[in-house]
Design a protein around this ligand. Structure first.
Ligand code: R5P
Length: 288
């Protein structure tokens, strides 16, 4: 088995290779120093994958990383890769998961269709709408990124876990079971892409340290609003914990209200403190 890491996911790819005791294939991402002047992606595999089962690890966000994924998959096939397993830790374009207006692309399916050109199967973490995965044109499996957060929160200065909305209850329950700590949830109402409100609810958090657990932090609005509510109820400390840390726009500024931020390596950021490599390695082993 060989593991290839796209430039968005090198630390995770190396972690998966280590756990699988597989050879890591280095890649050149620039033909010349500085790359193509117009910013086009470039890839070159630096060792052979001929006849091998290859695992390609690359998050498809932002857009150039999705293009790079396609270049790598094609290069692996051209170089004689026998079987290709796609690991897309954060599935960029997963949000548009249905057609609500005539003429819309179902973006998640569009990306999956292109992944299926070269790949035999797809593994992804904490997908926006897991129900859609069965409609993808290749065998697809979701891996939970929550255990990595649960392991971290088990030993962190945290008294309880909190879901910011009812959709996240199953996530916080999974994390709380691993962390061995109690959990509760808030009710969020989304006003628009940047604004959310949370209904007031007595949480009994005075002098406590609380971790808010969610699948994604995008603008940070959800976590910042929940944190303000917790602090107004006397919480001593608030930890923001997410699988996918996008941190778009002014997110980091909004999140200054939090005492700590932790995210996984599905998206590499300054807040990446835990790895989903154990979960992906186990899922790859189980593929057979
Ligand atoms: C919502 O469905 C998700 O679970 C997250 O709560 C949401 O994507 C977070 O977005 P933002 O950080 O922009 O509030």
């Amino acid at each position: 088995m060989r593991v290839v890491g796209g430039s968005a996911s090198i630390p995770l790819a190396r972690g998966i290779a280590k756990r699988l005791k597989a050879t890591y294939v280095d890649v050149d991402f620039e033909k010349h120093a500085g790359g193509f002047p117009d910013g086009e992606s470039y890839v070159r595999l630096l060792s052979s994958v001929k006849g091998e089962h290859v695992v390609l690890v690359q998050t498809t966000h932002p857009d150039p990383k999705a293009v790079e994924f396609l270049l790598l998959a094609d290069a692996i096939r051209d170089a004689g890769g026998r079987r290709l397993t796609a690991v897309v830790p954060y599935f960029g374009y997963g949000r548009q998961d249905k057609r609500s207006l005539e003429g819309e692309a179902i973006s998640a399916k569009t990306i999956a269709k292109h992944i299926a050109v070269d790949c035999d199967e797809l593994l992804t973490a904490s997908f926006h709408n897991p129900d859609l995965l069965s409609a993808f044109p290749l065998r697809t499996q979701e891996v939970s990124g929550i255990p990595a957060l649960g392991r971290y929160l088990r030993t962190a200065d945290v008294d309880m876990l909190l879901a910011p909305d009812s959709n996240a209850i199953r996530l916080v329950k999974e994390a709380a079971t691993i962390a061995g700590k109690p959990y509760d949830h808030l009710e969020k109402k989304r006003i628009d892409s940047y604004t959310v409100t949370v209904a007031h609810k007595e949480l009994g958090v005075r002098d406590k340290s609380v971790a808010i657990v969610d699948d994604v932090i995008s603008t940070g609005g959800t976590i910042a609003t929940a944190t303000h509510e917790l602090k107004s109820q006397g919480a001593r400390r608030v930890v923001a914990a997410c699988v996918h840390g996008l941190f778009v726009g002014n997110a980091e500024e909004s999140l200054r209200v939090c005492d700590e931020i932790v995210s996984t390596d599905t998206i590499v950021s300054p807040y990446t403190k835990v790895s989903v490599a154990p979960e992906f390695a186990a899922a790859i082993r189980a593929l057979g």
